[in-house]
Design a protein around this ligand. Structure first.
Ligand code: CTP
Ligand code: MG
Length: 224
């Protein structure tokens, strides 16, 4: 079984607000993108990475950051995450893998066992994702006022890597009419079942500067 992992790194990091996209910033001496790549590969089951990047200059940078790892030539992404994933999938379409993983380059820590669990789930489901139960109380609001409390039972925060059999994910992307914020949503829209596996609080996505501070703090015990 051939498994390729798309490493999604074509975003600009606007919410983070640094001079460079956050995936190229350093965490414990190495770019976040490198952490994400090594974590994916050491978990087992992934044959090669396909970096999806903003443009040719970033492609060279990503390939340098990923030097020594099994890695295909970087592909240029698009204006939205969905367009970037589509570009990665289309680049693979002429020699399709059996399975594709889609992972945020902005997630430096992947708990051990995540990828094998996702691959096992694909024996039964066309797609599988890790997700964490929502722990905060949820409010619907507008103009600075609460409208109502939303029951959080049965609600989850989707994480990556998300795993899919290649053909149904490519079909779902080609058929997509609306913008989705993750790939599972496109399978859902196509009426296909997606397995929900336990996620992890340690699998954080660096979105704001405080997330990088949290990531660094969580590494401290390992460095001491
Ligand atoms: N991503 C991508 N192509 C895009 C947008 C996002 O490949 N057009 C990638 C990002 O590089 C990131 C992952 O998708 O690794 C998750 O997206 P997000 O956290 O939203 O990153 P950004 O879009 O870069 O950040 P922001 O939304 O704050 O601008
Ligand atoms: Mg974004």
């Amino acid at each position: 079984m051939r498994v390729i992992a798309l490493l999604m790194a074509a975003g600009s990091g606007s919410r983070f607000g640094a001079e460079r996209p956050k995936q190229y910033l350093t965490l414990a001496g190495r770019p976040i993108l490198r952490h994400a790549a090594e974590a994916l590969l050491t978990d087992g089951g992934v044959n090669a990475l396909l970096p999806v990047v903003a443009g040719p200059a970033e492609g060279q940078e990503a390939e340098a950051v990923l030097a020594g790892l099994p890695c295909l030539r970087a592909v240029q992404g698009g204006a939205t995450r969905q367009a970037s994933v589509r570009a990665g999938l289309e680049a693979l379409a002429s020699a399709p893998p059996d399975v594709v993983l889609v992972h945020d380059a902005a997630r430096p820590f992947l708990p051990a066992g995540t990828v094998p669990a996702l691959l096992r789930a694909l024996e039964e489901f066309p797609g599988a994702i890790p997700a964490q139960p929502v722990s905060d109380t949820l409010k619907a609001g507008a103009e600075g006022r609460i409208l109502r409390t939303v029951p959080r039972a049965g609600l989850f925060r989707a994480q990556t890597p998300q795993a899919f059999r290649f053909a149904p994910l490519l079909d779902a992307h080609r058929a997509a009419r609306e913008e989705a914020t993750d790939d599972a949503a496109l399978l859902e829209a196509a009426g296909l079942p997606v397995a929900l596996l336990p996620g992890s609080e340690s699998n954080l996505k660096v979105t704001y500067p405080e997330d990088l501070a949290r990531a660094e703090a969580s590494l401290l015990p390992r460095l001491l």
